[in-house]
Design a protein around this ligand. Structure first.
Ligand code: PLP
Length: 520
């Protein structure tokens, strides 16, 4: 380990300029180091008279030890002086975060151990105060709503483009966003715009001009790029948000590159966000006993991407394209590729996200997922009414792809022979159009803090919702806390109750009742 070169901090960095590949060659020298992993190696033989209680595995339950292995326990240390302290990093964590910032082109990077949700919470709370306005797409991940609730801020919703045939939402069109920022008096006062880019399905928007328009209006651009940390490492990937000029970006390092589950990053750049404030919120929201397993995994994922990112992503793209091509030869299945770009709300596609549309087989995506899992031993990422979603990673092999293709051929056969009933038509009959976006009568935090009651759906007209209600498709919430429940919304939900849709958010998933604010 001593033979490794020094970290190289303080030397000139090439950032956001020149071709990507050149940038990485410049960085390779430094990125062979892995400060947290190296510190954990150095700490292995220390006599431990401190937390955690398993003492490097010697006190661990044997069954758990045999599952996780000795090394996991030996590396599960706490913030002792020989290591570092996530809240006030000055040693290996600081160096590792600096390496990550250097790689991603951020001014500062925080290692986050409570998921991308944690990164989003810190990002939003760094930007907003009580009563501030923030413009967001209506189909955000729930961590964004919880961040807005924690901040006591007011969300202003813009509708994303909805892709009718595929049955899911794309991005918000640039002109829709700009028009909203200009025409809505509250939006004109908004401190920030938060965009989710790419979508779960891998469609992405070019944020450079959007970012410019947002900055010209003296607002911050925050980006939930949970599904895009790998964009930095291959030219065929969509443009990363940091390179488009975003002020803060949340990355799911555990989702799309090789970190352990929960391990995420928050990147900050430029003068828009007060970094002392970000640090303070990061501390308020983060455990004082951050897991070194997660931190080491972020260090390793950064190192791996810096040294081999391009080849690894290239491999994933090749496998995904092979899968896409073969799927499109199976009758009844469809898998979109780059032809989706150019339609409103889509400028680019992450080819490693493979959406397989099964609707022409007459079955739902849920049925396809169940069959593949129960009969073929294959677990996909997700399913919805019309699709199953596959994420192809550099960790996958040709064998995995072959197994999936065999599973899909077997699925088609099972439909043809009647083993899988064709339930899609019944499930999707008369899918109603979404009702108009409701009026927001109360700040969402006040709505959930207020006294609440559960009312039969029909009696909830003109009351204020205390919960989120989302139906799949379209996966765009019908109600948020604080919104007034209209006649149209109740009619829509009554129709939805009769259909076999995915419903997420409300306490009562049958939608017989809704939770409303009592004293408004
Ligand atoms: C777009 C998006 N943002 C944020 C999150 C939250 O990530 P995590 O589960 O790591 O907290 C998710 C989770 O799936 C997501 O899809």
């Amino acid at each position: 380990m001593n033979a490794l070169p020094e970290y190289g901090f303080g030397t000139a960095k090439i950032r956001n300029s020149g071709p990507l590949r050149q940038e990485f060659q410049h960085r390779k020298l430094f990125h062979k180091r892995a400060p947290i992993i190296e510190s954990l190696f150095a700490y292995r033989d220390t006599v431990r008279l401190h937390m955690p209680g398993h003492r490097g595995g010697k006190g661990a339950d044997p069954l758990l030890l045999s599952l996780l292995g000795h090394n996991a326990f030996v590396s599960d240390v706490t913030g002792v002086p020989a290591m570092d302290e996530l809240h006030e990093p000055h040693g290996c964590i600081r160096k590792a975060q600096e390496l990550a910032a250097d790689l991603f082109g951020a001014d500062q990077t925080f290692f986050v151990v409570n998921g991308t949700s944690g990164a989003i919470h810190t990002m939003v709370l760094s930007a907003l105060n009580d009563g501030d306005y923030i413009v967001i797409p209506r189909n955000i991940h729930k961590s964004i709503l919880s961040a807005i609730i924690l901040a006591g801020a007011n969300p202003l919703f813009v509708q994303p483009v909805y892709e009718e045939y595929l049955g899911f939402a794309l991005g918000v069109e640039e002109r829709t966003l700009i028009q909203y920022l200009e025409s809505n008096p509250d939006a004109r006062k908004a401190k920030a715009v938060l965009l989710v880019n790419p979508t779960y399905y891998g469609t992405s928007q070019n944020l450079t001009s959007v970012c410019q328009a947002i900055h010209e209006r003296s607002k911050l651009l925050l980006v939930d790029e949970a599904h895009g940390p790998h964009f930095h490492f291959h030219r065929s990937m969509p443009e990363p948000a940091l390179r488009s000029g975003a002020d803060a970006v949340a990355h799911g390092a555990h989702k799309m590159i090789g970190a352990l589950t929960q391990a995420s990053m928050l990147h900050i750049q430029g003068p828009g966000i007060d970094r002392a404030r970000t640090k303070a919120w990061f501390q308020y929201l983060t455990s004082t006993s951050a897991s070194y397993l997660l931190l080491a995994s972020l260090d390793g994922a950064r190192r791996q991407m810096a040294l081999h990112g391009r080849e690894l992503i290239e491999r994933a793209i090749e496998l995904a394209n092979l899968l896409r091509e073969e799927v499109n030869h199976i009758s009844g299945l469809y898998c979109f590729g780059h032809e989706i770009t150019g339609q409103p709300g889509v400028d680019a596609l992450d080819p490693t996200k493979v959406t397989i549309t099964v609707k022409e087989l007459g079955i739902t995506g849920y049925q396809a997922e169940t069959y593949l899992r129960d009969r073929m031993g294959i677990q996909v990422e997700m399913s919805d009414l019309y699709n199953i979603l596959i994420i192809v990673s550099f960790g996958n092999t040709g064998e995995d792809i072959r197994a999936l293709l065999e599973g899909l051929r077997s699925l088609r056969h099972a439909v043809e022979t009647g083993e899988i009933p064709e339930t899609l038509q019944a499930a999707q009959q008369s899918v109603p159009n979404l009702p108009p976006v409701p009026e927001m009568a109360l700040n969402p935090r006040k709505a959930i803090q207020g006294k609440c009651a559960r009312l039969p759906l029909e009696q909830s007209v003109r009351r204020v919702s205390a919960e989120v209600v989302t139906c799949y498709p379209p996966g765009i919430p019908v109600l948020y806390p604080g919104e007034v429940i209209s006649h149209e919304t109740v009619d829509y939900l009554q129709m939805i109750r009769k259909l076999a849709f995915g419903i997420s958010g409300p306490e009562d998933k049958t939608l017989s009742t809704l939770r409303v604010v009592e004293d408004v």
